[in-house]
Design a binder for this molecule. Structure first.
Ligand code: ATP
Length: 241
């Protein structure tokens, strides 16, 4: 594959004060792919997504979108470049309505009213629950509904690349199945996805390729189905499952 990647991360480093969280990480995503980023707690997965989204400023390395350098851009600029982020823990605004939360997802695009309504209608078509509850305060939603809201808010920006951080965290298995079915639909409808998941088996079975991050370094990458069957990775990471 010699096409220019949609996202190319090269030799990325990140620090929180004196503590280094990423040590020269490389990652590429081509248009249309669903790529999983797996690794233990504290491996640096969220930090990597936040660097891409402009929420954490990298201390070194580069980030390119379609071959153009975007390292250090603000989150609003990244949204205008076609990125959207659904954060770990959902981070919905509990005292705003569902619809107000959704509207915030496209704020950086400064849409005209009619366009904003079109984006809302599309999100409501994908998430019927959100439409039913559009006037309700987001804080009164269940965990699964809040996850749908966080994803819907990201989709309001019509992203070319959707960054999903731990979409199944804290959700019951049945709800997790629903969330993964939605991720699969998004992927099939052409959205490029970078998926961070603690549940490695789940992430690998729902993605084309995957990267394994350990202590801030990329230690393995490959086709997800191959990683899923890799004996060393299974032993080290997927446990006995
Ligand atoms: P988790 O799934 O637990 O979020 P992760 O793989 O996403 O794990 P990060 O959240 O990126 O890992 O954390 C990487 C390292 O950076 C950890 O050592 C963490 O303690 C540290 N870290 C993360 N956020 C901050 C912060 N705001 N200030 C200081 N250190 C941080």
């Amino acid at each position: 594959e010699n096409k220019t990647p949609l996202l190319e991360i090269t030799n990325l480093t990140a620090h929180y004060g004196a503590a280094q969280a990423l040590f020269g990480v490389d990652l590429k995503i081509h248009q249309g792919e669903t790529v999983a980023l797996v690794g233990a707690n504290g491996a640096g997965k969220s930090t990597l997504l936040k660097c891409v989204m402009g929420l954490v400023t990298p201390s070194g390395g580069t980030i390119h979108l379609d071959g153009q350098p975007v390292t250090g851009s603000t989150p609003a600029t990244m949204v205008r470049h076609g990125l959207a982020f659904s954060p770990e823990g959902r981070e919905v605004f509990p005292h705003l309505s569902v619809e107000e939360n959704l509207t915030l997802g496209a704020m950086a695009l400064k849409l005209r009213r009619g366009e904003q309504q079109t984006h809302l209608d599309e999100v409501y078509q994908r998430f019927a629950k959100l439409k039913e509850r559009r006037s309700q305060l987001a804080g009164t939603l269940s965990g699964g509904e809040q996850q749908m809201l966080a994803m819907g808010r990201a989709l309001m920006a019509h992203p070319r690349l959707l960054l999903l951080d731990e979409p199944s965290l804290g959700l019951a298995p049945k709800i997790t199945d629903e969330i993964f079915a939605i991720i699969h639909q998004l992927s099939r409808s052409g959205t490029t996805i970078l998926l961070v998941e603690q549940n490695a088996a789940r992430a690998l079975s729902g993605s084309d390729r995957a990267y394994l991050l350990a202590n801030g370094e990329m230690v393995q990458q490959g086709q997800s189905d191959q990683l899923l069957n890799d004996p060393a990775l299974r032993a080290a990471f997927l446990g006995a499952a």
